[in-house]
Design a protein around this ligand. Structure first.
Ligand code: KIV
Ligand code: ZN
Length: 511
């Protein structure tokens, strides 16, 4: 009889390691949407943030902990009582809280960053785990930069923290330095030389500096690791973290090789990937495994012929298995709410009640201005309503006069929170400059544009334009996204959305 499949836990850190990377910031409402999607994916643990890092982070971990019930919620802390206290406060309402404590164990980190001796690090790690254990049964300890640490020192620290109550010990390759075979061998060594390992789970957390984060995570799983830390689309510090979708699908497609599985609902992978890309404004490269635009596209005639005869000739997994629907079903202005809701469900979006009414109203408005509404349009409508923040400013109307031999001039009218209309006129070096400068004048802030991208959601001439912007103001960065059949309007909407995100965060901070 074949051995029963071993289950590996998926610890998702999109909202912490992913979010802390440059250009990937999300507002609280967006983080909640992502957390709900991660719950639908059935991840075992969601690392919701680093509560001691800012009041905003504490608040978003607190709301996610109160909202999500199926996945455990982790809060990251340094090995300091004040950080652990912040995590305690943030995780109060979690159904399954986890305190995640990290402390570096490599010679270079201990000497130059922590300025601590190995003995002091060992003592601090044990004290921190004991402190967290007083209020949380589930404590994870991470030895930061573990791969560049002395293996026997890591075993000593892990043995001590397990004795102090840690139920998961994490072995990160913080700087993405390891090679897969070497990493697998090291994980095997750590498991067999740590006292009490039978009472705890060994986790790995790999960074992608040499493009090996997924390969290293899989090598570690093969060597006995029971938890993999990863992010959607592989976002994260520098070159990113191991990508959740790649680890999960490698284990699933090659179950014959690994005999290991996860609890992930793989059909939720693509909607989760799209959501994270939309809310962070970070595009997925077209050739990215599993979720890239071309992951299931067959360009050459020979391949197309083979796939038509039998998809398995060139596809090792079906697009449907990761939530990509190949049955393109076009809706139009005569389609009703029921048809929309069914199509949404097929695309992986479970939307009911008021949220469905809102998406349906937007769908009707779109169907009036566009002959056919495709799956990509529907997806854009849903993601456009996800993570929306209170609208301090709403676009009421706009006019831009532009041409090759005249300066651009814009007149933008915004509706303020109090219902009053404010209008500003501005010249600019092109339509976008004229429009964004007028908006800055209206909101009274010299907001800077850090990134601006414009694309079309589908290929037809009446396609919706999709704009993504990143703005900065007084050291903060915010994203905004706008969709419209008029590309200039999509840009204006994206800019106003980013300003609303900024305003809602400063309102939260001052309340
Ligand atoms: O990369 C790393 O070491 C981390 C730890 C905090 C787990 O992100
Ligand atoms: Zn990390």
């Amino acid at each position: 009889m074949a051995d029963a499949k071993r289950m590996v836990r998926v610890f998702d850190t999109t909202l912490r390691d992913g979010e802390q990377s440059p250009g990937c910031s999300m507002n609280t409402a967006e983080k909640i949407e992502v957390a709900k999607r991660l719950e639908m994916l059935n991840v075992d643990i969601i690392e919701a943030g680093y509560p001691a890092s800012s009041p905003g982070d504490l608040e978003s971990v607190r709301i996610i902990a109160a909202t999500i019930k199926q996945s455990a919620i982790a809060g990251l802390c340094r090995a300091l009582e004040k950080d652990i206290d912040a995590a305690r406060e943030a995780l109060q309402k979690a159904a399954s809280p986890r305190v995640h404590i990290f402390l570096a164990t490599s010679p270079i980190h201990m000497e130059y960053k922590l300025k601590m001796t190995p003995e002091q690090v060992l003592e601090r790690a044990v004290d921190a785990v004991k402190y967290a254990k007083k209020f949380c049964a589930d404590v994870e300890f991470s030895a930061e930069d573990a791969f560049r640490s002395e293996p026997d020192f890591v075993c000593k620290v892990f043995s001590a923290v397990i004795a102090a109550g840690a139920s998961t010990v994490n072995f990160p390759d913080t700087v993405g330095y390891a090679m897969p075979q070497e990493f697998g061998a090291r994980v095997r060594y750590i498991i067999s030389h740590t006292t009490g390992m039978e009472k705890a789970l060994l986790s790995v957390h790999c960074h992608n500096d040499l493009g090996l984060a997924v390969a290293n995570s899989l090598a570690a799983i093969e060597a006995g690791a029971g938890q993999a830390e990863c992010t959607i689309n592989g976002i994260g510090e520098r070159a990113g973290n191991a990508s959740l979708e790649e680890i999960v699908m490698a284990l699933r497609v090659r179950k014959d090789y690994y005999n290991v599985d996860t609890r992930i609902e793989s059909a939720q992978i693509y909607p989760a990937s799209r959501l994270v890309s939309q809310v962070t404004g970070v595009k997925v490269q077209p050739n990215k495994a599993i979720v890239g635009e071309n992951a299931f596209a067959h360009e050459s005639g020979i391949h197309q012929h083979g796939v038509l005869a039998n998809p398995a000739t060139y596809e090792i997994m079906t697009p449907e298995s990761v939530g990509i629907s190949k049955k393109e079903l076009v809706l139009g202005k005569h389609s009703g709410k029921h048809a929309l809701s069914e199509r949404l469900a097929e695309l992986g979006f479970v939307i009911k009640g008021k949220a469905l009414d809102e998406v349906f109203a937007n769908f009707k408005a779109l169907a009036d201005s566009k002959k056919t509404v495709s799956d990509r349009d529907i997806e854009a409508l849903v993601i456009g309503t996800a993570g929306a923040v209170p609208e301090k400013w709403k676009l009421d109307r706009w006019v831009i006069n532009a041409g090759s031999s005249v300066p651009s001039i814009s007149a933008i009218r915004l509706e303020a929170e109090d219902g009053g209309m404010r209008e500003a006129v501005h010249f600019g070096n092109g339509c976008v400059d004229a429009a964004f400068s007028a908006i800055n004048k209206l909101v009274g802030k010299e907001v800077a544009l850090e990134m601006f991208e414009l694309g079309a959601i589908t290929g037809d001439t009446d396609a919706q334009g999709e704009a993504m912007v990143k703005i900065s103001y007084e050291g903060g960065i915010w994203n905004g996204r706008g969709v419209s059949t008029n590309i200039i309007e999509s840009a204006i909407k994206a800019y106003v959305a980013a300003i609303n995100s900024m305003e809602s965060e400063s309102a939260q901070r001052s309340s």
